[in-house]
Design a protein around this ligand. Structure first.
Ligand code: ADP
Ligand code: ASP
Ligand code: MG
Length: 458
C-alpha cells in the first residue's frame, strides 16, 4: 500500500538494546473516528506504523452526548439520562455492526461496549458532582480506543491499549504533570515492548487527587503533544477533517487556504486565539521540546497539510483567528499618573482570583485588559473598584493576525489596521511578541472583521 509508505515510519526498526526507538505520535480527532467507515479508514492509515503511539478522541458527537447525560443527572432527570444513554448505545451498536467482519470480533466489541454502558448507567444513579461529570465524559475516549484496538486485532495487528488514566496526570492547577507523564508513559511502553502499535485515549487524565479529569474540550491534541514531546517523538501528527491550518476560520470565511509552514510561536498564537483546529495550549510542549507538529487531513491523506516547527518564514502574514467570549475591563484612576506600583496592585487581584489576562493596554490615566473567564469577575470588580473607576464591556472578540510581525518590518500592522478601518476597535495589542497583532472588537463585528482581513491581507 503506497499510502502507508508515505505516512509511516518504515525507517523505524527496533534498534540495538538501549538505543532510542524512533516513533511518531498520531492523533485522530472525533470526525476521523466518527463512524465505522472512518475508523476503518484510520485503521488503514496506521496499520503499518510500527512503534507509533496513536491518540484517539471520542467519536464525534459522543462527548457532547455524555455532557448532556451528565446535565440530565445534574437536573435530577434520570429518565432523560436513561433515554440519552439508550440513543447513544444504539449508535455504538450500529458502529460495531458496520466495523467488524467476523462474529467473533462483533461479540468481543459488543461485550466491551456494553460493559462501558453498564458503568455509565451506574454512574448516572449517583448524585451529581463535577467529578462525576468528568467520569461520565471520559467514557467517550475509552469507547473509541477500545473499538479501534479490536479493529486492529481483527486485522491481525499486534496493537495494545495503554490507558491514559494511568499515564496522564494534571496537578492542582490543572497543568500537566510532565515528570509523571514522562515516567509513567515510558514505563507503560517498556512493559509492552513487543507490541507493534500503541493506542491511547486523548483528553482524559487523572488529577492530583487521583480522580478522573480531563484536559478541557479539544484536549486530545494536548495529550498527543505532551506524549510526543515527553517521549521524544520524531513528529506529532494531528489528523483532522481539514487539510491543515487555514489562513482564516473556514467556518466564517469563504475561500480560505491552507498555510503549509508555521513557526511554533505562530501556531501557538493561532491556537490560543481561537483557531479551533488546535487546542489552545497544545503547541507548548512540542515547542519546548522542539518536536515538529504536522496537521493532516484524514479525508485527504496525501494533502500537504501544515508543518509547525522552529522555522520562521520571513516577511509574511500567515493567518487570522478569533477568540470569542472576551470581557474587557477598564480601570481608570487619577492616581495612576506617575504612580509606580499601580499595575502591580491590578495584577495581584487577577492572580488572587486565578484569572489570566489576554490583552492589556495602558495610558496615563488607566489600564484596559481582557479576560476570557468571568467566574470570579464580581469579586475582581469589587477589588478593582478600590483602585479606580471600573468599566466592563462584555461579548467582545479578540481578532488576532499572526505572522512575522517583528517590529522593524514595515507596513504589516498598518495593513491590518487599514483592513479594519470600518470596524470599531476597542483595544489594540502589538509588540508583545514578534508574531501577532490583536484587536478587540464587538462580537457582532467578528465575521465582518475576519472577512475584511482575509480580503485585504491574503
Ligand atoms: P478534531 O475533532 O479532529 O479535533 P476540530 O473540530 O477540533 O477537529 O478541528 C477542526 C476544525 O477546526 C475544522 O473542521 C475547522 O472548521 C475548524 N477551524 C477553525 N479555524 C481553523 C483554521 N484556521 N484552520 C483550519 N481549521 C479551522
Ligand atoms: N472528545 C473531547 C472533546 O470533544 C476531546 C477532543 O475531541 O479532543 O472535546
Ligand atoms: Mg479538536
Amino acid at each position: 500500500m503506497t499510502e502507508r509508505k508515505i505516512f509511516c515510519n518504515f525507517a523505524v526498526e527496533k534498534q540495538n538494546a538501549g538505543k532510542k526507538i524512533r516513533m511518531k505520535v498520531k492523533k485522530f480527532g472525533g470526525t476521523s473516528v466518527g463512524s465505522a467507515e472512518r475508523i476503518r479508514n484510520v485503521g488503514k492509515l496506521i496499520a503499518g506504523c510500527r512503534k507509533d503511539i496513536v491518540v484517539l478522541s471520542a467519536m464525534s458527537g459522543t462527548t457532547n452526548s455524555l455532557l448532556e447525560i451528565s446535565g440530565a443527572v445534574e437536573k435530577g432527570d434520570r429518565k432523560r439520562a436513561s433515554e440519552l444513554i439508550e440513543t447513544l448505545q444504539a449508535k455504538y451498536s450500529d458502529t460495531i455492526a458496520g466495523l467488524y467482519q467476523t462474529e467473533k470480533y462483533k461479540a468481543k466489541a459488543t461485550k466491551t461496549i456494553d460493559g462501558i454502558f453498564n458503568e455509565l448507567r451506574a454512574l448516572t444513579d449517583k448524585d451529581f458532582s463535577v467529578a462525576l461529570e468528568k467520569e461520565i465524559v471520559a467514557k467517550g475516549e475509552i469507547m473509541s480506543t477500545n473499538l479501534m484496538n479490536l479493529h486492529l486485532h481483527e486485522l491481525g495487528i499486534n496493537s495494545v491499549l495503554i490507558p491514559a488514566l494511568e499515564i496522564v496526570r494534571i496537578d492542582m492547577h490543572g497543568e500537566p504533570d510532565e515528570a509523571f507523564i514522562s515516567k509513567e508513559a515510558k514505563k507503560a511502553l517498556d512493559a509492552m515492548a513487543d507490541a507493534d502499535l500503541y493506542i491511547t485515549q486523548g483528553f482524559i487524565c487523572r488529577n492530583e487527587k487521583g480522580e478522573i479529569d480531563n484536559l478541557q474540550r479539544g484536549g486530545s491534541d494536548y495529550t498527543a503533544s505532551l506524549l510526543g514531546a515527553l517521549l521524544g517523538a520524531d513528529e506529532i501528527e494531528i489528523w483532522t477533517d481539514i487539510d491543515g491550518m487555514h489562513n482564516n476560520d473556514p467556518r466564517f470565511v469563504e475561500g480560505t487556504t491552507p498555510v503549509h509552514n508555521l513557526h511554533f510561536e505562530e501556531a501557538a498564537e493561532l491556537a490560543y486565539f481561537g483557531a479551533k483546529i488546535l487546542h489552545p495550549t497544545c503547541i507548548l510542549p512540542a515547542r519546548e521540546h522542539n518536536v515538529p507538529v504536522r496537521l493532516l487531513n484524514t479525508m485527504d491523506p496525501s494533502a500537504e497539510g501544515t508543518l509547525i516547527e522552529n522555522r520562521l518564514e520571513k516577511n509574511a502574514i500567515k493567518a487570522v483567528a478569533a477568540k470569542d467570549n472576551i470581557t474587557a475591563i477598564k480601570i481608570k484612576s487619577g492616581r495612576m499618573l506617575l504612580a509606580y506600583g499601580f499595575l502591580k496592585k491590578v495584577f495581584e487581584i487577577f492572580e488572587k482570583y486565578e484569572t489570566s489576562i489576554d490583552m492589556i493596554t495602558t495610558s496615563e490615566v488607566g489600564v484596559s485588559l481582557t479576560i476570557d473567564n468571568e467566574k470570579n469577575l464580581p469579586r475582581i470588580e469589587a477589588e478593582l473598584s478600590q483602585l479606580g473607576t471600573v468599566t466592563i464591556d462584555r461579548d467582545m472578540v479578540i481578532v488576532c493576525v499572526v505572522g512575522d510581525l517583528e517590529w522593524t518590518n514595515k507596513g504589516f500592522e498598518a495593513a491590518a489596521l487599514e483592513a479594519l478601518r470600518n470596524v470599531p476597535v476597542r483595544m489594540i495589542s502589538y509588540g508583545g511578541s514578534n508574531y501577532n497583532i490583536s484587536f478587540l472588537i464587538r462580537k457582532e463585528d467578528k465575521v465582518k472583521a475576519l472577512r475584511l482581513l482575509s480580503y485585504h491581507l491574503f
